[in-house]
Design a binder for this molecule. Sequence first.
Ligand SMILES: NC(=O)c1ccc[n+]([C@@H]2O[C@H](COP(=O)([O-])OP(=O)(O)OC[C@H]3O[C@@H](n4cnc5c(N)ncnc54)[C@H](OP(=O)(O)O)[C@@H]3O)[C@@H](O)[C@H]2O)c1
Length: 338
Amino acid sequence: MKNKQWILKNFPVGDISEGDLVLEENEVSELLDDQVLIRNIYLSLDPANRGWMSGQKSYVDAMKTGDIMRGGTIGIIEESKNDKFKKGEIVNCMGGWQEYFISDGKGVRQIPQGTGFPLDSYMSVLGMTGLTAYFGLLDVTDPQQGETLVVSAAAGAVGSIVCQIGKIKGCKVVGIAGSDSKCEWLTRELGIDAAINYKTDNLRQRLKEECPDGIDIYFENVGGSITEAVLTRMNINGRISLCGLISVYNSKSLASGPAWGNLLVKRIKLKGFIVFDYFKRYMEAYLDLTKWMKEGKIQYKNHIIPDIENAGLAIKKLFSGENEGKLIIQVSENSTKN
Ligand SMILES: NC(=O)c1ccc[n+]([C@@H]2O[C@H](COP(=O)([O-])OP(=O)(O)OC[C@H]3O[C@@H](n4cnc5c(N)ncnc54)[C@H](OP(=O)(O)O)[C@@H]3O)[C@@H](O)[C@H]2O)c1
């Protein structure tokens, strides 16, 4: 039996180009013991595919050139030599970009049948997409009634589910999407509070108008300039769910600014803080610091400049790097003993 398969031939540079993926036709091999033959019904195409094609290990092993393109699938068991699976069962797995997939059963999960939900919904809202939206919003950001939630790529697979869960949780939901029709769908059909077309609207201005009380939660799907615009309006104790960064997946060079991708794939939790929050715990720090200084474990340097008049020029040293240690203006003489 023939099997059409997409093979990764080159690691794309920038956008995926012709020739990076090549369709080949190969024979389906004979089933061995414990194997199942799955006929793929649905193949999920995901932004993540681009990352998997980069040849770099991230949260999954790197693909190699010559591999069948990796992809999530829903399929039917055509033949089984594995006790755990029966012919005719519908399964979900990483069956790849191909017609048939032979598996030893690892990572293959049966999909319930007769539920009344269309099979393709198990590839989206009842599959990885829904799971991403559900936990990415609820577990990561703990949305509360009345909070303002902004979602980028809001009309997309994940984003649209996030928007709706946000509404269910009583949030004010503002979506960012790339066309008027998507924005209309979000507001008219999904009932979110506002949608901004980032391609034609002044995003910063619209965020100001639509989020007058600031943004409590940002569900990040995109990265880049959209993130920057959103960050300026985040509220104190806001939360960001760093789900994806699609705007940079095709970049040929590293984007300027922090490497958000590292935070994402390494599941880093990021929390801002302001020293004021710790004033009430000052003594804890004071006792340790003075002890360490006495023990010679901590040194410090002060860069003291006389006269208040010099303050205006002195401040520039902080930005030119001319300060050596803590920059201080000596406004008047120190007559104390310590
Ligand atoms: N962390 C996880 O486990 C996980 C799991 C699944 C998905 N994800 C991430 O979730 C995000 C959405 O994935 P999805 O599968 O639901 O795809 P999707 O949102 O259905 O499709 C991607 C959308 O991204 C928008 N987009 C593309 N390039 C853009 C750019 N340069 N600037 C702004 N928007 C851009 C486009 O919508 P517009 O028309 O609005 O531009 C496009 O429709 C992706 O970043 C993906 O990597 C993460």
